[in-house]
Design a protein around this ligand. Structure first.
Ligand code: NA7
Length: 293
């Protein structure tokens, strides 16, 4: 069993690190807000006082934080991960960040004689709890093989995508599909509602149809009930869209549907829904169109 460090105990980090504990690994955690670590400490993890201490103590160091600036903060600051590394350790970031932000951390980790894997995930909190996430990994292949048993404790499908930043781009490609799918669902649901159909039944029909993807199926129950507790927030989806636009510019790709959906995310954020689940796009359109539940 491995000595594993975990940095970042938000909506995703808590269930994911718990699954490593469940699999029998010795897990040490750090989070900026210590109170959020309690469920993981109750499950058997130990606490470290800094990311540096985690790196000193553990062979595998995971980060699962909000965005690129947060990743750079926990890794590169004075008492960050890199300061605590000694040769041979493996740092694995599972957050969604820009390829350039990732590369900067990779260079600092490699300068310590260590390896850096990029391993963003597909699926949100329910899949994290059930250990059925998809894990999109890139970086050194032999290092990936070493980390595989840890990935298997957290996810059902693992994909090795290349030696560099490929996993970062793949994750962004996926998230623009997830976000734009939700905007499509909002338009379909609100059309049905305004025409007098029952929202629960409309959701059932959509879920059972050719467009009833796993995403649609996870979201029909909360949307039917008008519940938008965050599995993945509007703010984080906005971040991913913006990172995808930067990649699209770099590679010369036009993304008109993504651009329109980005405007709805902005409106959701501006109207006080930034911390709600991104499926709140349905509620936003209901409000714009005068639907009262
Ligand atoms: P959450 O639930 O918003 O959690 C974000 C985590 O990142 C949480 O532990 C935060 O600590 C931490 N964070 C944010 N900013 C910082 C800084 N500056 N320094 C240290 N730690 C920080 O996100 P999710 O768990 O849903 O998602 C995590 C990633 O997966 C994200 O990239 C998604 O796009 C995909 P806090 O508890 O607020 O102190």
């Amino acid at each position: 069993m491995a000595r594993v460090g975990w940095i970042g105990l938000g909506n995703m980090g808590v269930p994911m690190s718990k699954n490593l504990i469940k699999a029998g690994h010795e897990v040490t955690v750090w989070n900026r807000t210590k109170a959020k670590a309690q469920p993981v400490l109750d499950a058997g993890a130990q606490w470290a006082d800094s990311p540096k201490e985690i790196a000193e103590k553990c062979e595998f160091i995971f980060t699962m934080v909000a965005d690129g600036p947060a990743l750079q903060d926990v890794t590169l600051r004075e008492d960050g991960v890199v300061a605590g590394l000694s040769a041979g350790k493996i740092v694995i970031d599972m957050s969604t960040v820009a390829p350039e932000e990732s590369e900067k951390v990779n260079d600092a980790v490699e300068a310590k004689g260590c390896k850096f894997l990029r391993a963003p995930v597909t699926g949100s909190t329910v899949l994290a709890e059930n250990a059925t996430l998809g894990i999109l990994a890139s970086g050194d292949k032999a290092t990936y093989e070493k980390a595989l048993p840890l990935f298997q404790a957290m996810g059902k499908n693992q994909f090795y995508l290349g030696a560099g930043e490929q996993a970062r781009v793949m994750k962004l490609a996926l998230n623009i599909m997830i976000g734009t799918s939700m905007q499509m669902m909002a338009e379909a649901v609100v059309l049905a509602e305004k025409a007098g159909l029952d929202v629960v039944q409309a959701c059932e029909v959509i879920a059972g149809s050719a467009v009833g993807s796993p995403l649609v199926n996870y979201k029909v129950a909360p949307i039917s009930k008008g519940q938008y507790d965050p599995a993945f927030s509007v703010k984080l989806m906005e971040k991913d869209f913006d990172l995808a636009f930067a990649a699209a510019k770099q590679y010369g790709v036009s993304m008109p549907v993504t651009a329109v959906t980005r405007q709805f995310l902005a409106a959701a954020h501006a109207s006080g829904k930034g911390d709600r689940d991104f499926s709140v796009l349905v509620q936003l359109l209901e409000e714009m169109c005068g639907v009262e539940r």
